[in-house]
Design a protein around this ligand. Structure first.
Ligand code: GDP
Ligand code: IMO
Ligand code: MG
Length: 448
């Protein structure tokens, strides 16, 4: 069976973790292909909430193998914390058994975090992501495959430590990197993960050739893509469908489904232009932030909120060619008198239907809205009951009142993509799937 790609269609935090968890019941592999622990993917299973940064979101399904793929940058210390938390929760130690780390993935070291901490422009997560990718592009980074040859090479380690210390001094960080500490860090990483470090591209390729279903789990979102996003206010990796297979070590011909995950509104963490942004301290923007609990999963920073931006979503579809849209957090809009959708921008008296290329121009755009009637707020139990009834009765989106159906149909028209699932709460059960669509699957309980 082929591979399915799940991508953020906006500026991240769209609900990718929940979508992967829902699909993972029917897949045997989940592969992260880019990014690192700048990601925070949430899965809510009844009373248990998992916040995953590097462990792929198929983890709650015992049959699902987990890969931290070639295109990732990985913080070994954060991964250890995540694995310990998982062990405390379930008693399982998946590393080396069903969780594998690509030999080709790059290692995030203390140097990268210190360097990233000096960022004052982009508003990064400070997790060392950009500096680790920069080292990789400069061909001086350390990959998991390099550890075995390097741990005893005192000269190579000394020269790495010297380079790192010099670079830190250029951004005003006085702390240096000691060669002896770097050496013991690298030794620890090799010992801790030696069972899990594998040629994961070969493993995933073999699984596909054996007829297994593979999920490729995106991190961040289309508008944070290094090439296609709102540069320079972006992350350092290619977040798109084109990189999903490449970063997993397989070829693009394997993919038959690509889902774009979008909130029913928009959020953004960190700096950069956001044309449909609303004030956070009043009205609909405050409603979205409070009801949607819009705080970054990784850094806890408040997320900026705004109306759904169809210009951005169309750009994101141009890059990724979604075969289906997953609209999340529809429930959060309940209780607003009216809903708005940004259908274009105005810049210097001109109407734009595509995003300008520079962030400076995008910052000068004001949104052009169309307005739709709102719908009442409902308690979570009622949304879950609606979702479960829709599943058991096979009604799909007919479970929704007309005002919601009209809003969804309008999004489909503007995006040119069908909606395959609508999120009505954080819980894994709180989604209404399109009838007979790719998310219309039996929702078994998690195996842990
Ligand atoms: P990701 O990074 O794309 O996986 O998204 P995050 O986990 O960072 O942020 C999404 C947040 O929204 C999490 O707290 C989820 O539990 C929550 N969430 C996901 N889908 C829904 C939904 O349909 N409704 C509500 N109310 N919350 C949702
Ligand atoms: P998930 O996978 C939302 C943002 C940061 C910053 C910019 C660059 O949970 O959707 P970086 O640390 O990557 O160099 O920061 O990108 N950012 C995210 N925003 N969700 C994410 O991940 C993000 N990962 C990075 O806030 O603006
Ligand atoms: Mg997130």
């Amino acid at each position: 069976m082929p591979a399915s790609v799940v991508l953020g269609a906006q500026w991240g935090d769209e609900g990718k973790g929940k979508a992967i968890d829902q699909l993972a019941n029917h897949s045997t592999w989940t592969v992260r292909f880019q990014g690192g622990n700048n990601a925070g993917h949430t899965i809510v299973l009844g009373d248990t909430t998992l916040k995953l940064h590097q462990i792929p979101s198929g983890v709650s399904h015992e049959h699902c193998n987990l890969v931290l793929g070639d295109g990732m940058v990985i913080d070994p210390w954060v991964l250890e914390e995540e694995l310990d938390k998982w062990h405390a929760l379930t008693g399982e130690r998946p590393e080396g058994k069903r969780l594998f780390i690509s030999e080709r993935a790059s290692i995030i070291l203390p140097f990268h975090k210190l360097y990233d901490g000096a960022d004052r422009v982009v508003g990064t997560t400070g997790r060392g992501i950009g500096p680790t990718y920069r080292d990789r592009t400069e061909r001086v980074g350390i990959r998991f495959a390099d550890l075995r040859g390097m741990v005893d090479d005192t000269e190579a380690i000394r020269s790495q430590a010297e380079r790192m210390s010099k670079q830190l001094s250029t951004v005003g960080v006085s702390e240096g990197i000691e060669a002896s500490e770097l050496q013991s860090d690298l030794r620890w990483i090799l010992e801790r993960y030696s069972d899990a470090i594998r040629p994961t591209g070969l493993m995933v390729d073999l699984a596909l050739r054996n007829g297994e279903r593979v999920l490729l789990e995106g991190a961040q979102g289309a508008m944070l893509d290094i090439d296609q996003g709102t540069y320079p206010f972006v992350t350092s990796s290619v977040t798109s469908r084109a990189n999903a297979t490449h970063g997993a070590g397989i070829h693009p011909g394997h993919v038959d489904q690509c889902f774009g995950i979008t909130k029913a509104y928009t959020t953004r963490v960190g700096n950069g232009p956001f044309p449909s942004e609303l004030p956070l301290d009043e009205g609909s923007g405050m409603h979205m932030a409070q009801v949607g609990n819009e705080y970054g999963t990784t850094t806890g920073r408040p997320r900026r909120t705004g109306w759904l931006d169809m210009v951005a979503l169309r750009e994101s579809n141009r890059i990724n060619g979604y075969t289906g849209l997953v609209v999340t957090k529809l429930d959060v809009l309940g209780g607003l008198d009216e809903l708005r959708i940004c259908i274009g921008y105005e810049m210097d008296g001109r109407t734009l239907h595509v995003m300008p290329t520079t962030s400076e121009d995008l910052a000068r755009c004001s949104p052009i809205y169309e307005t739709h009637p709102g719908f009442p707020a409902m308690p979570q139990e009622d949304w879950i009951a609606m979702a479960e009834d829709s599943r058991s009765e096979g009604t799909g989106f007919d479970a929704f009142p007309k005002v919601i159906r009209d809003y969804l149909v309008r999004i489909e028209q503007l995006a040119g993509v069908s909606i395959v699932s609508v999120g009505v709460g954080p819980d894994r059960r709180a989604s209404v799937a399109s009838k007979g669509g790719p998310f219309d699957l039996p929702a078994d309980e998690a195996t842990f």
